[in-house]
Design a protein around this ligand. Structure first.
Ligand code: SF4
Length: 194
């Protein structure tokens, strides 16, 4: 084994210190590069809102991130007792649906003989729906005979099926049921089983 002289000891120590300093400098540069290269968080500066997915009756909780008046992220709400942070693809894609240019935000009508949909006002749409419901009820009310043998109509129509929404809660479902029964519609569902 070569003998370690005082001179060679000093040289070895100096070289070790220089190597350590170089390695440290390289590490600092690497860390700085990492920071420079890191993408800023997409949700930085966004506000958070909470809601429910309306696609089905499971009712998963959603954490919505909003920035510049636009939904930028929809994730499962981690504290929600039903989904505990998870979302199926439909709930996960809520952001795309909200921001889509193809999202329909007003009623459309396809007139008889037309091959295209055209915008219509809400008032006109409601009037047309009400008128159509009235016509179909008139045409399809169930007929029966009374105790005198006279033919009578009863408030029961086979011509309309009514579909509710998974978004409605118990109280709304109650009103929805009353509404349909008042119209004589007995084929209806508030959508839970779809
Ligand atoms: S995230 Fe999926 S499972 Fe949950 S409510 Fe929406 S559609 Fe239903």
């Amino acid at each position: 084994m070569p003998k370690l002289t005082r001179r060679s000891f000093m040289k070895f120590t100096a070289a070790s210190i220089a190597a350590a300093a170089l390695a440290d400098k390289k590490r600092v540069h690497a860390e700085k590069d990492d920071v420079d290269r890191a993408f800023p968080l997409m949700t930085a500066g966004a506000t958070t809102a909470y809601g429910l997915c309306h696609f089905c009756s499971v009712g998963c909780g959603i954490e919505v991130k909003i920035k510049d008046n636009k939904v930028i992220s929809t994730e499962g709400h981690p504290d929600h007792p039903i989904n505990e942070g998870a979302l199926c693809p439909k709930g996960r894609s809520m952001k795309e649906m909200t921001n889509s240019d193809e999202r329909v935000t007003h009623p459309l009508i396809r007139k008889p003989g037309s091959d295209k949909w055209e915008p219509i006002s809400w008032e006109d749409a409601f009037d047309k729906i009400a008128s159509k419901v009235k016509d179909v009820r008139e045409e399809t009310f169930t007929k029966t005979v009374d105790i005198d043998g006279e033919e009578v109509r009863v408030n029961r129509t086979e011509g309309i099926f009514s579909l509710g929404s998974a978004e409605i809660d118990n109280e709304e479902a109650y009103l929805y049921t009353k509404f349909n029964r008042a119209l004589g519609i007995h084929n209806f569902t508030h959508q839970a089983e779809i």
